[in-house]
Design a protein around this ligand. Structure first.
Ligand SMILES: C[S@@+](CC[C@H](N)C(=O)[O-])C[C@H]1O[C@@H](n2cnc3c(N)ncnc32)[C@H](O)[C@@H]1O
Length: 377
């Protein structure tokens, strides 16, 4: 692998500022206390918004643009509101069932409107690649998958596992390009699996080609009889709490000489990050691994190449999703959200606005996406 740590060195031992990994016990505890205080302030703002406080988007954006550069560049330890964000947890993925309820099994008609649903590009819940000149969301998602094909060096005839396959967008697009590729898609979301089951009956879909196998199951428990030439996992490791065990599992599913490609949200700071708002309302137990975390977990798999994708790509994707979400209100407001629709709408608006703006801060150089190519050690 060519590059080394790409984030600035801020190994200050002072409380609150600098790298939390290099603090004295006292400075460490002071930083943890300050992180909890920052989290309480963020939650107060988020919940005021959710409960109806009228704040223009421009004001929310400017608050984020003021605070995030300070946090990323000087006080990254304050971006870890809970101790578990900093360390590995017990299971490969914590709280999977709760995550499905809060996030992935939401009314699919709403999610499909928000993410887009086209002939070959099905709803894709991960970054689109805009920096190659994409003119719209659909094209940005095609460009993103084209780049995965290049970086993972997918060849016709490969047998591939998609670990957390969403609605089957990536398999469908790759199957459309390679007549002899086979895919297995793993996903715990029952609703997303139902979408794929329908496509598997639709002659126009490549998921009906007989080359796609669907497995509805949990990353924690899944077993496969076969091993794969390639494994890809896009936008899933924010739900992985134990990278060591996840890599052990992926290594056991990979043929000798095989390759793994992981695409994650990442931050070029010394520690992992999360937020109380996303943990409570959007992605329970979700965390964004820092850019060095994947190569640092190198017991069963080792990183042979990695790429940082500027946050402007996810900023544009999330901003597009926010516009689509706003534009679809009349058609989706009658669906069952298990709560008052107005409240649901404010929770999701805040999520899309918050994340979309954070990716734009510091010109996208701190919070973006990481891609990693790994092989057996
Ligand atoms: C952000 S989405 C990304 C989906 C897809 N890779 C894409 O790019 O569109 C994360 C996916 O991981 C799945 N997932 C999350 N936790 C899981 C678990 N414990 N077991 C299996 N799938 C899981 C979700 O249901 C969802 O489909």
């Amino acid at each position: 692998m060519t590059s080394v740590s790409a984030f600035p060195t801020i190994r200050k031992h002072l409380p609150i500022t600098g790298d939390i990994n290099f603090k004295t016990p006292l400075a460490y505890q002071a930083t943890r206390g300050a992180a909890r205080a920052v989290n309480t302030a963020q939650m107060a703002l988020a919940e005021a918004y959710i409960n109806g406080l009228e704040v223009p988007d421009s004001v929310v954006r400017s608050m984020i643009h003021t605070s995030m550069p300070l946090l990323f560049q000087h006080c990254p330890g304050l971006l870890a509101p809970y101790q578990w964000v900093l360390n590995e947890t017990d299971h490969i993925a914590e709280g999977s069932r709760e995550l499905m309820k809060v996030q992935y099994d939401r009314p699919q008609a709403m999610l499909n409107q928000m993410l887009g649903d086209w002939e070959v590009i099905y709803p894709k819940y991960s970054m689109g690649l805009w920096e190659r000149g994409a003119v719209d969301l659909e094209e940005s998602q095609k460009h993103m998958i084209d780049q995965v094909i290049e970086r993972l060096e997918i060849k016709d005839g490969d047998n591939i596992l998609d670990f957390g396959c969403g609605w089957g967008c990536v398999p469908n697009y790759i199957l459309s390009k390679f007549p002899n590729v086979r895919f297995t898609g793993l996903n715990l979301s029952h609703e997303q699996c139902e979408y794929m089951r329908q496509k598997m009956q639709d002659p126009k879909s490549y998921l009906s080609s007989g080359r796609f196998t669907l497995c509805e199951g949990d990353l924690n428990e899944v077993q496969f009889e076969e091993k794969f030439d390639k494994i890809l996992s896009i936008g899933v490791f924010c739900h992985v709490g134990n990278m060591t065990n996840a890599f052990q599992k992926l290594a056991s599913l990979l043929k000798g000489g095989g390759r793994v490609f992981i695409h994650i949200i990442t931050a070029r700071i010394p520690n992992n990050m999360s937020s109380g708002f996303t943990h409570k309302y959007i992605f329970p137990h979700g965390r964004y691994w820092n850019y060095d975390a994947v190569p640092n977990h190198n017991r069963d798999l080792k990183t042979i190449n990695r790429w940082y994708l500027n946050g402007s790509n996810y900023h544009k994707t999330l901003t597009d999703w926010l516009h689509r979400f706003d534009a679809s209100q009349e058609t989706v407001k009658h669906l069952d959200y298990g709560m008052d629709y107005a409240k649901f709408r404010r929770i999701w608006r805040f999520y899309l606005l918050l994340l979309g703006t954070i990716f734009e801060s510091c010109e996208g150089e701190y919070n973006g996406n990481g891609q990693y190519l790994l092989v057996h050690t």
